[in-house]
Structures are given as structure tokens and as C-alpha cells.
Design a protein around this ligand. Structure first.
Ligand code: ADP
Length: 842
């Protein structure tokens, strides 16, 4: 036997049953040796000699055969084979020699031996090589010795020698190949053995891991479910009024706690059931029931929920009882899960139908709904653990994706089959096919014990004194359907009458969370609660809350989208938003802050922390609005000051104008009238209030440069000399230089400088043309001319209004802008009246 500590060579030598093989080789060789006597009889005259030789060799066989039992080692067996071969070869070589050497046909006996050694005896290559050299020599040397003394055909000599040599070479080569094959075979086998050993090791590890897992689930069972039941049991007692009367608010809060405890318990139970099923540890306690009554009773359990959602329930079944052998506790889960999914995924006003069909030997139960349907590519995979059609955070329904995998496992354990059919948007059907009778249940699946406890709810032997799930969930079906229970936010009637300083809007798709917020915050704040971000946005516009608390994971618009919408809206962006989420992690927080949220708090949150954060944000907002108010006041004060400054400035300007007017007795009030005419024309030309204000100033000040012209020249009755006229012509430029140091008057100074420019470019001081002349200056030019013509001058009398108008029309296009003249003509009627009432001595 091979043992693990053997070297490769030792293993190789132990590969074959050498003892058995040697024994068979000895027998075969002896038989062949004897049988060739027949050949001797016909081929040689030395029959007796040959008989003796053969008998001697056979006797050696006998001795070797006898020796075999004494030998214990592989090497010993190989040596016996070699000695046997030497005897065989020796006998045949002797006969060849006696027959005359080279040409004897007995050489073929040597071929047989060579073939036998290569095929039958697993000798090492080196041993084979030496043996074959011996064979060759034992033929060649004696034959060579008698070659010349006998008459021999050279062709025979050559042929035999050639064939034997070729045979020896072939044998050596064959033996080399055979040894290699033997080595390779052993190497592969050793590798195979190693792999098998590794596999065995992994298998053992897996087994122990599996045991650990089972142990872990047993612990989960104990560590999670026990505390949960210990919480739920007293809760139940309190709710039953066994510890005193409860206020409505307290009852509501306790019911919320109970409902959520049930949800957790259901989840743990489902996970444990699934694990047991997948490990093949679930046992069935079968019973024959009437499937129609069984199903009807389950349908009546879901009826209230269906009514709430306004979904119609139908049950179609044969008129006779339908007997089926099932584990009722387990099968209840199948039907309730299918019904609860149908209710979950069918919108208001829909219809759910359950069919029971009795086909011979088999029964099928179908749950059909008119709900949202399932995409064709998911009809198989929804039965996988954790699989959901829309696994995104924004899916509208709660769920874990465990229900259907549990259903499939239970159905499989009943040797049944389940499949789904669906048309997207129209509805789905889940069809369960089951066999009648109980022959199809394998013995190992059945739980024969009498004690009655549903799988997944068993107690461990050590769990003495702990309440059992049956004790705390009176209606076990309620646990299965707890996800469907509708929560009414308005149910939590806090005293909503009191009003507080701040209004907080809370957005969460889970009504229970809204209720919790109400409980925590209603004492200090006014609250608006809503279940979707879309409604939240509308409420923000309507009620202008001071702060918003918003869940992140919601169907439709999620918390991040909501924050972005709020911060992108001018009217809402100042309202602080706190995001509340069950998902934590730096990425999540940074995504929220990037979306514009002002703060982030994770569930489960500490109520003190929540309140502190709300307070801090409200304080910041208060300070911000105080700052905004101060800012507004400051702006108003500044604009008041600007107005005051302007009116002060205007009165200064007016005094200045009076000073100018006073210098020139003929043109008294000229600036005031020019201002009046200018504004009248400008008002017909779409000037803004600001532009009119500037133009008013410009018109009032247009002759301010005349301060620099001596009164004697201004009031000179006769013709002016060229020098005097040149001095007068300087007044627009001087006016500009008086005004331009005041920054606000820059534009006005430009108009003043240009008020003697002519439309055709013949005016002064710059000879500007057309639209190069500021519009204000073009208007003022017309107003100025009109007033000059219609008022008395030292050198001429005042002309009439009609004359002035005619003159202006005549100069339209050369001195005046024709467009301005048009506007002037529009208002010229009213100017006639102004003239009719002589202006204070003008
Ligand atoms: P859960 O309902 O807890 O998510 P299930 O395993 O019961 O898990 O269902 C897996 C998924 O299969 C569901 O999330 C839903 O996407 C889909 N599904 C199951 N039943 C229906 C149905 N009647 N109509 C539409 N979709 C369904």
C-alpha cells in the first residue's frame, strides 16, 4: 500500500501488484516454453536435447515460483522477473546455438521475450536496457563463434541480426515510453489526490461555517425575537387596558409602537423561515383541509384592508368541497403573501379574484389582480430572495423582496409549483399547482411529532419563562398583513389649537414618522404634515413655514430634489430645510448639502438633537430676517438722503438761474420759460422721469456761462462788435466748464455746451451735426429760439407767436432737428396761450 511519506520512486514501484503479476508471468512463460516442444518435434533432430533444455528452464520457473512467497519487496519481485527472463533467454540462445547460430528461426523466441518484457513487466528503463543488451549479446556472441564452422546463408544471418537489433531498439524505446507514461499517470494521480484532500478540507470548513450560520440564526432568533416579544407582550397588556385607562394620544402612540414591533417580528420570522427552508430543515405538519373554507377564511381576514382601498374581492371555486393535504400554518403564509402583494400593487378601485380549480389528481389556486403588473423579464426572478421589480429608493411600496421566495420554498416543500403571469399595467396572476393526496410528501419532510407549534416560532429548550409569539400576537394573521395596515396621520390628535411662534412643515411618506414628529414637536411649534414632497412645495407657497423637515427616500420627488426645488425658488429659498434619512454615510450627507439642504439628521434620531437643530436654524433665520429689515431701512434712509440732496441742489441752481436772469433785464425769466417749453416738447417724446429731471436742470442752467459775459455786452442796445459777439459765443463752453466739476452734472454739462449747435453743423462751439448733438440740446435749441423771438431784446421788439412758429418751421432741417420741430408743432398751440398771459414784465 502507498503511504503518504513514500517518495515518488517508492510510490512508482508500488503502483502495480507486482507479486501477482510476476506469478502470472512465470506461469505464462512456463506454458509457452512447454508448448514450443511441438515445434521442436518437427523442426529439429535434437528433440531430446531440446526437451532437456526446456525442462531445465521450466524447473527454474518452478524454483522461482516457489521463491515468490518468501519475497516481500517490490524490488525482489522485479529481480525474479529479471532472473526468469535470463533463464528464458539462456534456453533459447542455447537452442539457437545448437541449431547453427544466426540463421536459426528460433531467434523469434527472443522477439517474444522482448515484447513480453515491454508489455507485461513494469521494469525500470535502465533494467530493460541491460536485459536487452544481454539478449542481443547472447544471440550474437555464440552465433558468431559458430559462424564459420557452419554453412550459413548470409542473407539469413543478415535478416535475423537486423530484425533482432531493430526489435531490441524498439523494445528499449517502448520501455522508455512506458515508464514515462507510468510516471505521468502517477503524477496526475497524486495531484488528484491532493485536490481531493483540499476539497475535503474545504468541505469540512463549509460544514463548520454552515453550523455557525445555523447557530447564528438560532441566536438571532433568540437575541432579536426575545427582546421584541418582551416589549410586545406588555404593550399588548397595556393596550388591552389591563394597566389602566389610556388617553387617546397615548393609545395611538402605543398602537404605533405595536404595529412597528409586529413589522419587525414578521421580518425576522420570514428570514428565519426562509433560512430553514433553504437548509432543508423545515418540516411540514400536514393535515387534510377543505381548501375552499381555508381560503375563504383568509379572504375574510384581508377584506377590511381591501375595503379601505376600495378593492373588490372575488372568490371562484367548485360547488363541492375541495380536499387538499397541506401544512395549514405554512400554506396560510402562501395565500396571505399572495393576497397581500395583490393588495399592495393594485390601485384603488381595482379587483382581486381568487380561483380554486379541481382538476383530477391536482388542484390549482390562482390569485389574480388588476394591478400594476410585472415586466415579462422579471416573472421568474421575482421569486428570488430580495428581488423587487423596482428596487429603487423611490419605489412607492414598502417591502423587502422576501415574501415570494418564502412562498416558492413553501410550495416546493409541498411538492407543488408556482408561476407568475402578467400583462404590464393590466394585472398579474400567481398560479399555485398542487397534488392531491399525501403520497407525494417524502418521509423526511414530514414532522410526525404531536406537539403543536408553528415552525419558526418554536422555543428553545432554554427559553423558559419567555413569552411566545402566539401569546403576544393574538391574531396571527395580523402579523402577516401588518404591512398593509393603513395609518391615519390625523389619528394622533394632539392639541392642535395652541399656536406657537414658528410653523414647521414636516414631509415624510411614512405616516408613522409624521405622527412621531407631531408627538415630539407639537408642544413647541405649529405643524403642517404631509406625505409627499410635491404637496410639501405647494404647502410652502401657501403657508410660508419657518422651517421644513423632509425625508430623503420618498417615491416621486425625493428629499434631494425637494431641496433643489426650494433653493431654486426666489420666494422659498430663505426657508431652512433639514433632511431626515435612514441612510447615513458621508456621501449621502454631502449629496444633501449639495442639493441645498441647510442641515442633515439621520434616523433613528435623538429628539433632543432634533429640537436643538431646529432651534439653531430658526435662530439663524430670525437673525437673517432682522438683518434684512435693517438693510431695507438703511436703503430707504439712503434714498431719502439722495432726494434731499437733489432738492437742495435744485433750489441752489434755481437761485443761480435767478442771478443770471437778473443780470439781463431783457431776458428775465428766459431760462424759466425755456425750461417750461423744453419740458413740454420732451414730454411728447417718451422721456423717462430721470431724463426729464436732467433736461429740466440743463434747460434751467443752459445760459449759466453768461455769468462770465459783462452785463454791458448782454444789455447792449446796438450791434455787437465781432469781439463782443465772440465773447457771447463762449457762453455754452463756459457753462459746461462751470458744471462739469460736479460729477452728477456731466450729462447736463454736455447738453448745455451743445445748445447753440445747429442741425446742419453751422452752430457753435463744436459745429456738431444732426444726431451728434444731444437730443436734449436739440430740443432746447427750438425752445430757446422760440422764447428769444417772442421776447423783447435790446436790439429788437418782440415778435408774435405765429411769426416765431413760422420762423422755426423755416429753419427746420438747417438750424433745427425736423423731428423736434414736429413735436414742437404738436404743443405750439398751448404756447400761444402762455404768451397771451404776459410773463412778469417780459
Ligand atoms: P415585497 O413585496 O416585500 O417587496 P415579494 O417577494 O413579496 O417582496 O415581492 C417581490 C416583488 O415582486 C415586489 O416587490 C413587486 O415588485 C413584485 N410583485 C409581487 N407581487 C406583485 C403583484 N401582485 N403585482 C405586481 N408586482 C408584484
Amino acid at each position: 500500500m502507498a503511504n503518504p511519506s513514500d517518495t515518488f520512486e517508492e510510490r512508482l514501484s508500488k503502483e502495480y501488484d507486482l507479486k501477482g503479476r510476476t506469478r502470472r508471468v512465470i506461469i505464462l512463460s512456463a506454458i509457452l516454453y512447454l508448448s514450443f516442444l511441438l515445434l521442436d518435434k518437427f523442426t529439429t533432430s535434437m528433440f531430446t536435447t531440446f526437451l532437456i533444455i526446456r525442462l531445465v528452464v521450466i524447473a527454474a520457473h518452478g524454483v522461482l515460483f516457489a521463491l515468490l512467497n518468501r519475497i516481500k519487496t517490490n524490488r525482489g519481485y522485479t529481480n525474479v522477473c529479471i532472473v526468469l527472463a535470463l533463464f528464458d533467454v539462456g534456453g533459447i540462445s542455447l537452442m539457437i546455438w545448437l541449431l547453427g547460430g544466426f540463421a536459426s528461426m528460433y531467434v523469434q523466441g527472443l522477439y517474444l521475450i522482448i515484447i513480453g518484457i515491454v508489455i507485461v513487466v513494469p521494469l525500470a528503463f535502465r533494467q530493460t536496457l541491460y536485459l536487452f543488451v544481454f539478449i542481443w549479446a547472447s544471440y550474437v556472441i555464440p552465433s558468431a563463434a559458430v559462424l564459420l564452422s557452419r554453412r550459413t546463408s548470409w542473407l539469413d544471418v543478415f535478416t535475423n541480426l537486423f530484425f533482432l537489433s531493430a526489435m531490441v531498439l524498439l523494445g528499449v524505446f517502448g520501455s522508455y515510453i512506458m515508464e514515462n507514461i507510468r510516471r505521468r499517470e502517477l503524477t496526475s494521480r497524486i495531484q488528484l489526490e491532493d485536490t481531493a484532500a483540499q476539497l475535503q478540507e474545504s468541505n469540512a470548513k463549509l460544514k463548520s461555517l454552515d453550523e455557525l450560520k445555523t447557530q447564528f440564526f438560532a441566536n438571532v432568533n433568540h437575541e432579536l425575537r426575545t427582546p421584541l416579544t418582551l416589549m410586545l407582550a406588555p404593550l399588548k397588556a397595556i393596550l388591552e387596558g389591563r394597566m389602566g385607562k389610556l388617553s387617546a394620544v397615548l393609545r395611538d402612540t402605543l398602537e404605533t409602537m405595536q404595529r412597528n414591533g409586529y413589522k419587525l417580528l414578521k421580518l425576522i420570522n420570514n428570514l428565519l423561515d426562509l433560512t430553514k427552508l433553504e437548509e432543508g430543515k423545515m418540516r411540514l405538519k400536514i393535515k387534510t383541509v377543505n381548501l375552499i373554507d381555508f381560503t375563504a377564511s383568509l379572504l375574510s381576514s384581508v377584506k377590511p384592508m381591501a375595503d379601505q382601498k376600495q378593492i373588490r374581492l372575488y372568490f371562484q371555486h367548485p360547488p363541492h368541497p375541495v380536499e387538499l393535504t397541506i401544512d395549514p400554518d405554512q400554506f396560510e403564509k402562501v395565500i396571505l403573501n399572495l393576497l397581500s402583494n395583490a393588495l399592495k400593487f393594485t390601485p384603488k378601485g381595482g379587483k382581486i379574484t381568487v380561483y380554486v380549480e379541481d382538476k383530477d389528481g391536482a388542484i390549482s389556486l390562482t390569485v389574480e389582480d388588476t394591478g400594476i403588473g410585472i415586466p415579462a423579464n422579471m416573472l421568474e426572478s421575482i421569486f428570488d430572495r430580495f428581488s423587487q421589480v423596482d428596487g429603487s429608493k423611490s419605489r412607492p411600496q414598502e417591502g423587502t423582496g422576501i415574501g415570494l421566495s418564502l412562498v416558492r420554498e413553501i410550495v416546493n416543500l409541498h411538492q407543488g409549483a408556482i408561476r407568475a403571469e402578467s400583462t404590464l399595467g393590466k394585472g398579474s396572476r400567481f398560479i399555485v399547482d398542487l397534488l392531491k393526496g399525501e403520497d407525494h410528501f417524502s418521509a423526511e419532510v414530514l414532522d410526525r411529532r404531536l406537539e403543536d407549534h408553528p415552525v419558526g416560532l418554536k422555543r428553545r429548550a432554554t427559553d423558559s419563562g419567555e413569552p411566545r409569539v402566539q401569546d403576544i400576537v393574538a391574531d396571527f394573521r395580523r402579523l402577516q398583513l401588518v404591512d398593509l395596515e393603513r395609518v391615519d396621520i390625523e389619528g394622533a390628535a394632539g392639541e392642535a389649537t395652541k399656536t406657537h411662534d414658528a410653523l414647521i412643515l414636516v414631509i415624510d411618506d411614512n405616516p408613522e414618522v409624521l405622527k412621531l414628529m407631531r408627538m415630539l414637536l407639537s408642544d413647541e411649534y405649529d405643524l403642517e404634515l404631509t406625505t409627499s414632497a410635491e404637496k410639501g412645495l405647494a404647502l410652502m407657497r401657501d403657508k410660508t413655514p419657518d422651517l421644513v423637515l423632509c425625508d430623503v427616500m420618498m417615491p416621486g420627488m425625493d428629499g434631494h430634489m425637494f431641496s433643489r426645488a426650494v433653493k431654486g425658488d426666489e420666494a422659498l429659498k430663505h426657508t431652512p430645510v433639514i433632511l431626515v434619512t435612514a441612510r447615513t454615510g458621508a456621501e449621502m450627507i454631502s449629496e444633501g448639502i449639495q442639493a441645498g439642504a441647510d442641515d442633515y439628521i439621520s434616523k433613528p434620531f435623538d429628539s433632543v438633537e432634533l429640537k436643538a437643530r431646529i432651534k439653531a436654524l430658526l435662530r439663524i433665520r430670525e437673525v437673517e430676517s432682522e438683518l434684512a429689515l435693517l438693510n431695507r431701512n438703511l436703503k430707504m434712509r439712503t434714498s431719502d438722503l439722495v432726494d434731499q440732496q437733489r432738492s437742495l441742489f435744485l433750489s441752489t441752481v434755481k437761485s443761480l438761474v435767478s442771478a443770471i436772469d437778473a443780470k439781463d433785464e431783457y431776458t428775465r425769466h428766459h431760462s424759466t420759460r425755456v425750461t417750461e417749453f423744453t419740458l413740454k416738447i420732451a414730454r411728447t417724446m417718451d422721456f423717462s422721469e430721470k431724463e426729464l429731471g436732467d433736461l429740466e436742470l440743463a434747460a434751467l442752467l443752459h445760459d449759466v456761462g453768461k455769468i462770465a459775459v459783462p452785463e454791458s455786452i448782454l444789455n447792449k442796445p446796438g450791434r455787437l462788435t465781432d469781439e463782443e459777439f465772440a465773447l457771447i459765443k463762449e457762453h455754452p463752453a463756459r457753462g459746461e466748464s462751470i458744471l462739469s466739476p460736479v460729477v452728477e452734472l456731466k450729462e447736463i454739462a454736455r447738453i448745455v455746451r451743445a445748445h447753440h449747435e445747429h442741425y446742419d453743423g453751422t452752430g457753435y462751439p463744436d459745429g456738431l451735426k444732426g444726431h451728434e448733438i444731444p437730443l436734449g440740446a436739440r430740443i432746447m435749441a427750438v425752445a430757446d429760439a422760440y422764447d428769444s423771438i417772442t421776447s423783447e431784446r435790446p436790439y429788437r421788439k418782440a415778435a408774435s407767436h405765429r411769426y416765431a412758429v413760422k420762423e422755426i418751421i423755416r429753419c427746420s432741417g438747417n438750424q433745427f432737428d425736423p423731428e423736434v420741430v414736429e413735436h414742437f408743432l404738436e404743443i405750439s398751440g398751448s404756447l400761444g396761450q402762455v404768451l397771451a398771459v404776459p410773463a412778469d414784465g417780459a
